[in-house]
Write a protein that binds this ligand. Structure first.
Ligand code: PHE
Length: 342
């Protein structure tokens, strides 16, 4: 009797299947639970005659071990398949989409500007964003009552003799460079600048500039013109023309504002250039002798030129971005448009 039951149970255990955790538990209770079939056999075992006890004892023990092993095996398998429903542990499922970032259009433009000037022998120079009045205004020949020092343009951090402020232009790096280096100086200074302006499609209180400075013996306005021409042709295309309009900056004399021929209509006039055929891209001029002297450079021996441009503006013209605020909102739909420009 017992022998037969053992044989049937062995068969059953060999072929046992379970679809989920609950079925495994049911099987365990049915075989090994307090009132389970194998447990029942151990009860019957007491009635087995002494001569067969050894033989049945061994059989019953191995049956119990097999059942326990099978239950463990089924439990493991059920756990594995339920895990698999979670795609992260199924190695055959396609991987999760990996988001690749793109470089910001301002970074792309800044790197392009730097690399064009690097080819012309310019080294990189940087300076602090939190500056003092001396480096942003005084050494750059700003008269004490110049409107740019006004609270409307400048974020002041402290007041007093030499107030601490957020730099309003990267020309402060010109000063720092000339104060610490001897000519010949040829530097390009990219950086973030701050102006107390209302945010609109065309203005922001934070933006980026690139300043250029060249100081040596016999540096002339013609050198400035040629340097800018090389730059705009690389940046906007080989047919780009430049136009220099007289202007005023306290730190350059003579001063000029540089326009390029409109890269959209080729100079014929369109809504981007407002029908003029020209787009303003930078301020420039010969470094004022007062600035050279304020920085410890002999203005009788040396001359120099400087130029400064807004990176946002260059990027706007290059890609026809209509609203400056887009650069600061970090909307990935906008940023992804520059993916192919890397
Ligand atoms: N610093 C000027 C500005 O912010 C630009 C400039 C730089 C003009 C160098 C002339 C020479 O507008």
């Amino acid at each position: 009797m017992i022998n037969e039951k053992i044989e049937t149970l062995l068969n059953e255990i060999r072929n046992a299947k379970a679809g989920n955790e609950k079925e495994v538990e049911e099987l365990r209770v049915r075989l090994l639970g307090k009132k389970g079939e194998i447990t029942g056999l151990f009860d019957e075992f007491r009635n087995v005659s002494a001569e067969h006890k050894r033989e049945f004892g061994q059989k019953l023990n191995s049956l119990k071990n097999m059942a326990a092993a099978k239950i463990e095996e089924l439990r493991g398998r059920v756990a594995e398949t339920s895990d698999r429903k979670d795609s992260s542990s199924d190695l055959t499922m396609p991987g999760d989409h990996f988001e690749l970032g793109t470089r910001h259009p301002i970074s792309i433009t800044r790197e392009e500007i730097i690399s064009i000037f690097r080819k012309q022998g310019y080294a990189l120079a940087e300076g602090p964003e939190i500056e003092d009045d001396h480096h942003v205004f005084e050494a750059l020949n700003f008269p004490p009552d110049h409107p740019a020092r006004d609270m409307q343009d400048t974020f002041f951090i402290s007041s007093g003799v030499n107030p601490i402020l957020l730099r309003t232009h990267t020309s402060s790096v010109q000063v720092r460079t000339m104060e610490t280096r001897k000519p010949p100086i040829r530097v390009i200074c990219p950086g973030r600048v701050f102006r107390n302006e209302a945010i609109s499609a065309r203005a922001h209180c934070i933006f980026h500039q690139v300043e250029g400075l060249y100081v040596d013996r016999n540096v002339s306005f013609a050198d400035l013109k040629q340097t800018i021409l090389i730059f705009v042709r690389e940046m906007f295309g080989p047919d780009t023309k430049i136009r220099m309009r007289p202007s005023y900056f306290p730190f350059t004399e003579p001063s000029t504002e540089v326009d390029i021929s409109c890269n959209i209509c080729g100079g014929k006039g369109c809504n981007i250039c407002k029908g003029t055929g020209w787009l303003e891209i930078m301020g420039a001029g010969m470094v004022d002798p007062n600035v050279l002297e304020a920085c410890g450079i002999d203005s009788k021996e040396y001359t120099g030129f400087a130029f400064g441009m807004g990176i946002e503006r260059i990027a706007m013209l290059k890609w026809q971005v209509k609203d400056l605020r887009l650069y600061f909102e970090n909307d990935v739909r906008f940023l992804r448009e520059f993916e192919t420009s890397i």
